[in-house]
Design a protein around this ligand. Structure first.
Ligand SMILES: [Zn+2]
Length: 117
């Protein structure tokens, strides 16, 4: 018999099958082990205007954002170069170095791709 994969959320090895789904008894997470690789492959990250973003794109900030651990606010119009797409915490799906802030995670919903590069 094949062993069930561990919980993708908390890493528990005590997951069990419930129909099509796997269930974690420790954090109550339910997931479909067959769906996962598919959705990973077709996952597209889009900016505020619906343009598909790729690694290396330049974007601008379209919404003021308070930066955790800083008294500064990331302002509308700030240019962010050479983004990387990541599976960050929450819905933070972009990682980039921002002038004056350093490396940080951003949400694709608050950026717009700079066209013409
Ligand atoms: Zn779990």
């Amino acid at each position: 018999m094949s062993q069930l994969p561990p919980c993708p959320k908390c890493g528990s090895e005590y997951s069990y099958e419930m129909g099509e789904l796997l269930v974690c008894p420790e954090c109550a997470h339910e997931w479909n082990p067959n769906d996962q690789s598919d959705s990973e492959q077709t996952r597209e990250i889009k900016d505020a205007s619906g343009n598909v973003l790729v690694d290396g794109d330049d974007v601008t900030i379209v919404k003021d954002m308070k930066v955790k651990g800083s008294s500064n606010t990331l302002k509308v119009g700030t240019k962010v170069r050479n983004i990387r797409l990541v599976a960050g915490p929450g819905d933070h799906d972009i990682e980039a170095k921002v002038d004056g802030f350093g490396a940080m995670n951003l949400k694709s919903s608050i950026v717009r791709k700079v066209s013409g590069n």
